[in-house]
Design a protein. Sequence first.
Length: 737
Amino acid sequence: MGITYNVNGKQFHLFNAEISYFLGICPDGEVGQLYFGKKINENQTIAYGQTKGVRPVCCNTKEDENYTKELAMLEYPAFGNGDFRTPAYEIRQSNGSRVTNLIYREHRIYSGKKPIEGLPASYANTDDEATTLEIVCFDEIAKVEVTLFYTIWEKYPVICRHAKINNLADDRVVITKALSMCLDLPDSDYNWLQFEGAWGRERYPVERSLSNGITQIESMRGHSSANYNPFVIVKRKNTDEFMGEAIGINFVYSGNFVAESEADTYGKLRLLMGINPRWFEWPLDKGESFETPEVIISYSKEGLNKLSQSIHAFMNNNLVRGRYKNAPRPILLNNWEATEMNFNEEKILKIAKKGKEAGVELFVLDDGWFGKRNDDYAGLGDWFVNNKKLPDGLKGLSEKVNDLGLDFGVWIEPEMVNEDSDLYRAHPDWVLGAPDRTRTLGRHQMVLDFSKKEVVDNIYEQLYAAFSEANISYIKWDMNRSITECYSLGGDPSKEGMVYHKYIMGVYDLYERLIKAFPDILFESCASGGSRFDAGILYYAPQAWCSDDTDAHERIKIQYGTSYGYPVSMVGAHVSASPNLQTGRNIRIDERAAIACFGTFGYELDLNEISDEEFDMVKEQIKFMKEYRSLFQYGSLYRLESPFKKNISAWMVVSKDKETSIVAIYKNLKTPNVGQIRIRLKGLDPDGVYKINDQKEAYGDILMEGGVQYPEGDNEWFFDDGDFSSRIYVLKKNVTK
Ligand code: DGJ
């Protein structure tokens, strides 16, 4: 791994064993893209990135009339001087001009990686894991400096990028767009894979072919959203799970974003990602700077499984922090679906006690423990205990839960406030909202103005007091509505375009302060289920509630889609009651567990209310999960059959040493007389003999090349299974040939 600079060719090469990223200084001094893809030889001058026009409409150098920005592949392009595609940034200067021209000035190469102030970012555990290139560019007229950051990693086919804009002019400039990356590719023969949905059906993969023009997804909700996830793959048309080229881009950010590709009429593709420029304006006075969030660019030449595996390992090792990094996650029991807000201490302890009997490790008290919170019209903003429900406070309850032998966790929604709350009565101007206009409500709540430091300080102090009083091991941090009327009351009108970004910086600040104060607490992010499930939040919360939809049949799709861009260790997944709260569907408890085990695993129901037979199954499930959770959460995941394509879906995890593997096959609807299907396993040792569910044995090669048949028995399909059934196979290697 390393970064070299070829002085003669004015060319940088970022490389590791798998990938090469070449960029260079164009004839006019701008920084251009030369090559990104599989590792190639270093000692060559790559020219095709700077194509000359046969008949350029505009040209940029007096020396060479054929050189045109219209065809150039650029690293951080501007609009207004000959490149007519979507720009990566825009800066309005004090004279009203938006024209800029960033020219290479100098560069620095160093081991390791610097943090980005106030923002989540990947980090190197030791300096030899990563090498960073900073390219400093300057606009002589506007007196604006832009530094482009690139980090290449030794172990992963991953490059991280972001940019920093520095105003060296005497007057104020206003950034109206500052994306984090632009990647120009020399052809546009790709498909675009996005992960979309809504509440209850988050992150379904949807593939679009890229015809000429712009393909774009975005969020303007103030959070990354369930509608479009800030993760996108561009892939060759024939790339599948097991073969072919693919590029992934993950935004390490939880607010408004845009991900865009522009296929131009010359056959090139521009890929862009960053903070959404809509409603974004960031003034910079002399000497001030703005740093964008980071994008993780990943690459695979061997299909989508390989791409996802690289992302998973990278996130687990270089994005997740703290005590739970690479650690097996506690099996938890959450009371939300069992009681909603209608509980008292006795009811809670009864649920927790049964959880302990089953083998659960952590009890989580969800919404309703604070202020006047008996329904969703009141209480948010008042983070002190509701003594009517919990007479001995959080302290008393946590001690009683600890006495049962369980850890204790609580739910919070710190960014929100109800009209009926002490906080709102005292500070009506602490809420986002446009002057003199009615606020749009969501779940009867308003959004606190986290762009104001005093608001974040107040919530921090309240939460600090609440968490200090009790023995708290886990926090579920919820966020149940999108931002509307984004306006900070009483602020400087010329700075209103900063509010969306400052809001999310406030959220990150609160996370950071709570993590510092309570380093042993495990944070789980949640936003009406999976509406803020992104790489930015993962830096603070090692896990995130994947969806409020816990119906096993629906969850297969949600977790399958999520796995493209995020590790299993991040996926909050629980077994809930049947019939399911969201779909009304009945699915057996073993089937519910068979999908939840591909996540952090837990229960979301009152275990006192299930049959003895089911309770025995729960005990077995927990035993099984305790034995294999590290494998589920940190093994190499292979998607084998997609629930979006067939009635049968399958995936598997394999331990790093290939000694153990778990394969799960799920069937949706019972269909008579369809025969068997063959599923070819992956990632095993071909010469290893694997014992399957402690019964029969088979070589890894036959399991991978020949595959397994499902269903196995002659009659099984018709009589035993019913709808929504699954098989879990544990494979243990016995001998190597
Ligand atoms: C939405 C979450 O997704 C649920 O799990 C639950 O915590 C509720 N909010 C509580 O209000």
